[in-house]
Design a protein around this ligand. Structure first.
Ligand SMILES: [Zn+2]
Length: 474
């Protein structure tokens, strides 16, 4: 009898405790959500909307967005009026400092809290940003998706085929495996292209790369396919190499000449455009080659010098592949990924440091031996001038040399030769979002992506290339 009374007592006690815990929760109610939508209004904005309700006032609604390729999650407070039933909205302003290119995708979710302290998180939902202003065609495999809308099927097919071929070569030669879909958007019209970019994109930009998202936007007019094939390959090479070499923080640690040299090399394996080979040949003859060591960082500002820098970069990469072999090239990329001083990596893999490599390369191409400790970075050697085209005058020195690495600096004033043509000019670059407060100008903030295609100078040089190719081939 006694035992059963205790059991009865314990049962009642547990029941009361249980109710004690359960009842207040019921009384408070919980937060529930209704409609949860994403609207893509590229290039203006993205709208994230959520309906939620609770028995007490909802006091906080926050949106979290995780973009594929971005290193962090962004969290934003939504606009809403606190109430028991709310309609919350977050407007992602693409054109006002929060630029995203088409092709970006990711996940988002909401965190909601009410005045009683209840909080919930909605399940993660996928979203994708596309450019709905065009009617896109698409060709894709598991490594490359190419989108285009102008020029017909054969135009898109030609670009796609070249891209697939480039990736195949790159994988074979460099040991890189492309495990991340690369998306290429071909804009067949210059205005369309600029509408898709953030404000402040420089007038002469012919392409824009976003390595963190594995996305490239290129302006290829259907009449300019030949140029577009090279530009597409050039950009794909950067994407593939960056996928391979980039560190955990997305930074790229390899000599700039190697990055650009590979991009030029794969534009058309076995051949190099005369835009680069001519200045290279002249510099060999006149003994005015740029020290390879100086090409590890930013390329020269002067377009003639920049073209020579591209030519040399191509030539050294070509030499490495011919002389040391593709296995060594793959090994170099692998070691750059691991990290270390450039000289140490070259020494380990090739048995020579940068200067030693330059000596070997000079011998191979028939140049004079490297003159030790004469040409410094600070005192550029005079370059033989060469006509890019009779219509083009080299870009005049920029107005603010102190900020020569800034896109804004070189972009303004627009070089006369750039104004002279409406054709797309290369490709490149720096996907650093342009901050609105900088009046559409890029800043000097260090960016791991800033050296893509030599930053602005590569753009200038390749811009000339694009125009010149256009001139020659059309
Ligand atoms: Zn490049």
């Amino acid at each position: 009898m006694r035992g059963s009374a205790i059991r009865w007592f314990l049962f009642v006690l547990l029941l009361v405790i249980g109710l004690g815990f359960a009842l207040p929760a019921h009384a408070q109610g919980t937060i529930t959500t209704g409609s949860n939508t994403f609207e893509n209004h590229f290039p203006q904005n993205l709208l994230f909307k959520l309906q939620a309700q609770s028995s007490t006032r909802i006091t906080q609604v926050a949106l979290s967005v995780q973009i594929e390729g971005a290193s962090s999650i962004s969290r934003y407070n939504a606009d809403f009026t606190p109430d028991t039933k709310v309609q919350a909205i977050y407007t992602w302003k693409i054109q006002e400092g929060n630029y995203l290119p088409p092709g970006v995708y990711g996940q988002y979710w909401w965190d909601i809290q009410d005045s009683a302290g209840n909080q919930i998180q909605t399940p993660k939902q996928a979203f994708r940003v596309d450019d709905p202003t065009q009617k896109w065609n698409k060709l894709s495999n598991d490594q490359l998706a190419l989108y285009w809308y102008a020029g017909g099927q054969s135009f898109g097919q030609a670009l796609f085929d070249r891209g697939v071929q480039a990736i195949k070569f790159l994988q074979q030669d460099t040991g890189v495996t492309v495990d991340h879909l690369i998306q290429v958007f071909i804009y067949g019209d210059r205005n369309d292209f600029f509408n898709a970019l953030e404000p402040g994109a420089t007038e002469w930009t012919g392409g824009r790369a976003f390595p963190e998202y594995s996305i490239v936007l290129i302006n290829v007019e259907p009449s300019n396919l030949e140029w577009g094939l090279g530009a597409t390959t050039h950009e794909l090479t950067h994407q593939v190499i960056h996928q391979k070499v980039k560190g955990p923080l997305g930074d790229l640690s390899m000599p700039h000449w190697m990055d650009e040299g590979l991009a030029v090399y794969y534009e058309n394996p076995g051949r190099v455009d005369s835009q680069f080979s001519v200045p290279l040949g002249r510099a060999i003859q006149a003994d005015t080659l740029l020290p390879v060591r100086t090409l590890s960082g930013t390329f020269p500002a002067d377009p003639s010098a920049a073209n020579l820098a591209y030519g040399e970069s191509w030539s050294v990469v070509d030499f490495i592949i011919r002389h040391y072999g593709r296995d060594k090239l793959a090994q170099l990329l692998q070691d750059f990924k691991t990290g270390g001083y450039y000289d140490d990596v070259f020494q380990k893999v090739l048995g020579v440091d940068t200067d030693g490599l330059e000596n070997e390369w000079r011998k191979d191409i028939g140049a004079n031996p490297r003159v030790v400790a004469t040409r410094s970075n600070a005192a550029p050697t005079p370059f033989p001038t060469f006509g890019l085209s009779t219509e083009f005058t080299p870009v005049s020195p920029v107005t603010a040399p102190a900020t020569a690495s800034s896109v804004a600096t070189a972009a303004s004033p627009t070089p006369s030769y750039m104004k002279a043509t409406a054709t797309p000019q290369e490709v490149a670059v720096n996907s650093t979002p342009v901050h609105p407060s900088s009046s559409g100008n890029n800043t000097n903030a260090p960016s791991p992506l800033g050296n893509l295609c030599g930053g602005v100078f590569g753009l200038v040089a390749l811009g000339i290339l694009g125009a010149a190719v256009r001139q020659r081939r059309s």
